[in-house]
Design a protein around this ligand. Structure first.
Ligand SMILES: Nc1ncnc2c1ncn2[C@@H]1O[C@H](COP(=O)(O)OP(=O)(O)OP(=O)(O)O)[C@@H](O)[C@H]1O
Length: 562
C-alpha cells in the first residue's frame, strides 16, 4: 500500500510541487536572512557609506517578508494536499471495509476501531513529515553548500559532513532503535478497554470487575511507559541534531578564524558563514523524526492492508432478469476463518418464485450461515448461488439488496424517533402508512417516541416487532427472515406468523425458525444438520419420512405439552 499512498499523493502533483517550491524558498530565505544579518553586522563595523547599510537593511526586510509569505504558503498548500490525501485514504479503506460484513467476527471490535481511527490518522504525517521534508532539506543544504563553496571549499566540506550526520546517521540510529511494541501494546490496551466496557455488567455480576480493571491498569502502565520511552528517544534525536548543528558552527568558526588569520578568507564573511551554518540545520530538524513517522506509516498501512485485502477485481453487473426471483444453490460450502470444520457443506437447493420455505435444524447446524450466504453477507468458499440463473457474486450488491427484504437475528436501531427508524426501510412512507405497520406488529408507541442508540430502551420483543415492521414497509418480492420472533410472546408470535403468510402471499419467503409447530403452512422445509441439507420436503412428507425433522417435531410437541 506504500506505493498506493505515493500514487494518491501524486494525484495532486501541482500542489505537491508548489508545496515543495514554497518550502524550499522559505528554507533558502531563512538562510539568506541570517547570512545577510551576519554580513550586515560585519559590514557595519567597517563604517561603510550610509546607503550601503540602507540597501543591506532593505534586503533584510525583503528576505524577512519572503520567508514569512513562503512559509505561510507552504503550510497552506501542504495541508491542503494532506487533507485531500487523507480523504482519499479514508475512501479507499472504507470502500474495502464496508462490503466485509463479517469483519466483527474476524476482529475484536477494539482492534477494528483502532485501525479505522488511529491507523488511518497516523497516515496524515506521511506527506507532511515523510515525503517532502527530505526534498526541502536536500535543496536548501545543496544551495547553502554551493554558496559556502564560493567562499571556502573547506568550510563547505564541514557543512556537508554536518549534513551527512544529521540526515543519515541520526535517523539511522532512530530506525535501529524503534520497535513495533508501542503499537502492539496500544492495540492490546484498546481491545482490553473495549472488552471491559462491553462486558461491564457481566464482569460485575461475576465479581470479576476488579481483576479486569487490574489487567487494564497493567497494560495502560505498559503503554504509558513505552510512549514515554518513545518521547525520550525523539527528544534525544532533537538534542543530537542540535548538537551537530552547534558542533558544525563551532568548526566553521574555528577553521574560518584560522583561514582569516592566514588571509585565505576575508574576515567580513566569517559571521555570515557561521550564521548560515546555524540556520541551515533548521530545515534538517524534521529529518530526525522522519524514520519514526515512516515506520508508523508503514505499520499503519500493513495493519490496514491486513484488514482490507484488495477488493476482488470482478465487475459487478446489474440484476438483468425482471422475472420473479428464484434462488438456486449449487454445491455451496462455507467455513469460517480459523475453523477446521465447514459451517455449510455441499448444499444444493432451489427456492422457486413465490415459494414459502422454512429452514430448520438443531442449534449450530448452519442455518444462519446458509442465510448469510443467501443474502450475500458471506460469499461461498466453493459452489455458487444463482439468482434467476445469474451468479450472485456477479450481481451488484446494492441492486441485489434493493430486491431483498431482510430481517436479521439482531437488528440495529439508531438513536432518534420511532418514525426515523422505520423510514430507513421506506423513506417515502407517510405517517399513516407507518402507523398502519405499527398496528400490524402490535406496537402501541407513537411515531415520535424516542429510541435510544442500539434500541437501548426497547424490549427484545419490541425490537423484533419493529424490525418486522420494516419488513412490511419495504415489502419487496423476496423476504428473508432469520428467527424473527424468538423474543415475542407465543400468542403474538402466532399472529405475526400469520401476517407473514397473508402479507407475503405473493412473495418468495425464506424463514429460519426453531418453532416447528406451524410449519404445515409453509410450502417446503429444509432441515440442516452439521452444515448439510439433511432433509427437504413438505411438512407431511417430512413427518412421514420419520427422519430428523420428525424427531425434532415430536420432541418439541412433547416439550410444549409438559
Ligand atoms: N463467526 C464465526 N466464526 C467461526 N465459527 C462460526 C461463526 N459463526 C458460526 N460459527 C460456527 O458455524 C457453525 C454453524 O453456525 P450457525 O450460526 O450457522 O448455526 P445455526 O444453525 O444458525 O445455530 P443457531 O440455531 O444456534 O443460531 C457452528 O458450528 C458455529 O459454531
Amino acid at each position: 500500500m506504500m506505493k498506493a499512498l505515493i500514487q494518491m499523493i501524486l494525484h495532486d502533483k501541482k500542489d505537491v510541487l508548489l508545496a515543495m517550491t514554497t518550502g524550499t524558498i522559505s528554507g533558502l530565505t531563512a538562510v539568506a536572512l541570517f547570512a545577510q544579518s551576519g554580513f550586515l553586522i560585519s559590514k557595519a563595523a567597517l563604517m561603510p557609506p550610509f546607503y550601503i547599510i540602507l540597501i543591506l537593511t532593505a534586503f533584510l526586510k525583503l528576505f524577512g517578508v519572503v520567508k514569512s509569505v513562503s512559509k505561510y504558503a507552504e503550510r497552506f498548500i501542504s495541508h491542503r494536499v494532506t487533507f485531500r490525501f487523507m480523504s482519499a485514504v479514508r475512501m479507499r479503506f472504507f470502500k474495502k471495509l464496508v462490503p466485509q460484513t463479517n469483519l466483527l467476527q474476524a476482529y475484536k471490535s477494539g482492534d477494528l476501531l483502532n485501525r479505522i481511527t488511529s491507523d488511518v490518522d497516523l497516515l496524515q504525517h506521511f506527506f507532511l513529515r515523510v515525503v517532502y521534508p527530505p526534498f526541502i532539506a536536500l535543496f536548501v543544504f545543496f544551495a547553502t553548500i554551493l554558496f559556502t563553496l564560493w567562499f571556502s571549499p573547506w568550510l563547505a566540506l564541514i557543512l556537508m559532513i554536518g549534513f551527512m550526520f544529521t540526515s543519515t546517521v541520526v535517523p539511522a540510529i532512530l530506525i535501529y532503535q524503534k520497535s513495533n511494541t508501542a503499537v502492539q501494546v496500544k492495540n492490546a490496551f484498546t481491545n482490553e478497554a473495549a472488552e471491559y466496557l462491553y462486558g461491564y455488567r457481566d464482569l460485575q455480576l461475576h465479581y470479576q470487575l476488579a481483576t479486569k480493571e487490574q489487567s487494564l491498569q497493567i497494560i495502560s502502565t505498559d503503554y504509558s511507559r513505552l510512549k514515554k520511552q518513545e518521547l525520550n528517544r525523539e527528544q534525544s534525536m532533537h538534542f543530537w541534531n542540535q548538537f551537530i548543528s552547534l558542533l558544525t558552527a563551532f568548526f566553521i568558526v574555528s577553521v574560518g578564524a584560522y583561514f582569516v588569520s592566514i588571509g585565505t578568507l576575508d574576515g567580513l564573511y566569517l559571521a555570515m558563514l557561521v550564521l548560515v551554518a546555524l540556520t541551515v540545520f533548521e530545515s534538517a530538524i524534521p529529518l530526525a523524526m522522519l524514520p519514526s513517522h515512516y515506520k508508523n506509516a508503514q505499520e499503519a498501512t500493513a495493519r490496514l492492508d491486513a484488514i482490507a485485502p484488495p477488493a476482488s477485481p470482478t465487475e459487478r453487473m446489474p440484476l438483468v432478469s425482471n422475472k420473479p426471483l428464484h434462488i438456486t444453490c449449487e454445491n455451496v460450502s462455507y467455513s469460517y476463518q480459523n475453523t477446521l470444520h465447514s459451517a455449510v457443506l455441499h448444499v444444493n437447493c432451489t427456492i422457486v418464485a413465490g415459494e414459502k420455505v422454512a429452514i430448520v435444524g438443531p442449534s449450530g447446524s448452519g442455518k444462519s450461515t446458509l442465510f448469510q450466504l443467501l443474502i450475500h453477507g458471506l460469499k461461498p468458499i466453493s459452489g455458487e448461488i444463482f439468482i434467476n440463473e445469474q451468479p450472485m457474486r456477479s450481481i451488484d450488491e446494492q441492486e441485489l439488496w434493493a430486491q431483498m427484504t431482510i430481517q436479521l437475528q439482531h437488528n440495529h436501531f439508531f438513536s432518534g424517533t420511532l418514525r426515523e427508524n422505520l423510514l430507513l426501510a421506506k423513506p417515502t412512507a407517510t405517517d399513516e402508512e407507518l402507523q398502519q405497520v405499527l398496528d400490524q406488529v402490535f406496537i402501541t408507541k407513537s411515531l415520535t417516541a424516542i429510541v435510544y442508540e442500539k434500541g437501548g430502551n426497547l424490549s427484545g420483543g419490541e425490537k423484533q416487532r419493529l424490525a418486522f415492521a420494516r419488513v412490511l414497509l419495504k415489502n419487496s418480492d423476496l423476504w428473508l427472515l432469520d428467527e424473527p420472533f424468538t423474543s415475542v410472546d407465543a400468542q403474538t408470535e402466532v399472529h405475526l406468523f400469520n401476517t407473514i403468510l397473508t402479507k407475503g402471499k405473493d412473495k418468495t419467503i425464506v424463514l429460519i425458525t426453531h418453532k416447528l409447530i406451524d410449519l404445515a403452512k409453509m410450502d417446503r422445509i429444509f432441515v440442516m444438520n452439521n452444515g448439510t441439507l439433511a432433509e427437504s420436503g413438505t411438512f407431511e412428507q417430512l413427518l412421514t419420512q420419520r427422519g430428523l425433522f420428525y424427531t425434532m417435531f415430536t420432541q418439541q410437541i412433547r416439550g410444549d405439552k409438559k
